[in-house]
Write a protein that binds this ligand. Structure first.
Ligand SMILES: C[S@@+](CC[C@H](N)C(=O)[O-])C[C@H]1O[C@@H](n2cnc3c(N)ncnc32)[C@H](O)[C@@H]1O
Length: 114
């Protein structure tokens, strides 16, 4: 018997994101989380990825989603990004990167919303 693999939700519902939020997705991959938050929840967002191919995918996906006025994608290292404007920071990274990010997040971040 085969089980269908559970897919990660496209909706960032867990973080209780609203249209007041500015989301930063660090290591955003193809940008689907930021795009979904803008499209379905009215949030604004910035996706950051170091890989230019992923950023190209982000721009392709953003064009199709028609929420370009609320979403930006940056090709950059997440360690060089100013997170001051963010109300929600999303991470889905390798554990080694999470550990490196911890010092820059802990003092200023509020509790997790999930
Ligand atoms: C596990 S994937 C997650 C992709 C996406 N967040 C998702 O949920 O599908 C990690 C992503 O982090 C990006 N990444 C790795 N190191 C990075 C860095 N220093 N700065 C920005 N992005 C980075 C990779 O290019 C990759 O797209």
């Amino acid at each position: 018997m085969f089980h269908r693999r559970r897919r990660r939700p496209r909706h960032p519902r867990l973080a209780r994101i609203t249209s007041d939020d500015v989301i930063y997705d660090l290591g955003c991959g193809d940008g689907r989380i930021v795009i979904a938050a803008a499209k379905h929840l009215g949030a604004r967002g910035v996706g950051v990825d170091i890989d230019p191919l992923r950023i190209q995918e982000c721009h392709d996906n953003l064009r199709r989603a028609n929420v370009g006025d609320r979403v930006r994608f940056l090709q950059a290292s997440l360690f060089d990004i100013d997170l001051t404007p963010a109300s929600v920071v999303i991470l889905y990274l390798l554990p080694s990167l999470n550990i490196r990010l911890r010092p820059s997040c802990s003092p200023s971040c509020g509790p997790a919303r999930a």
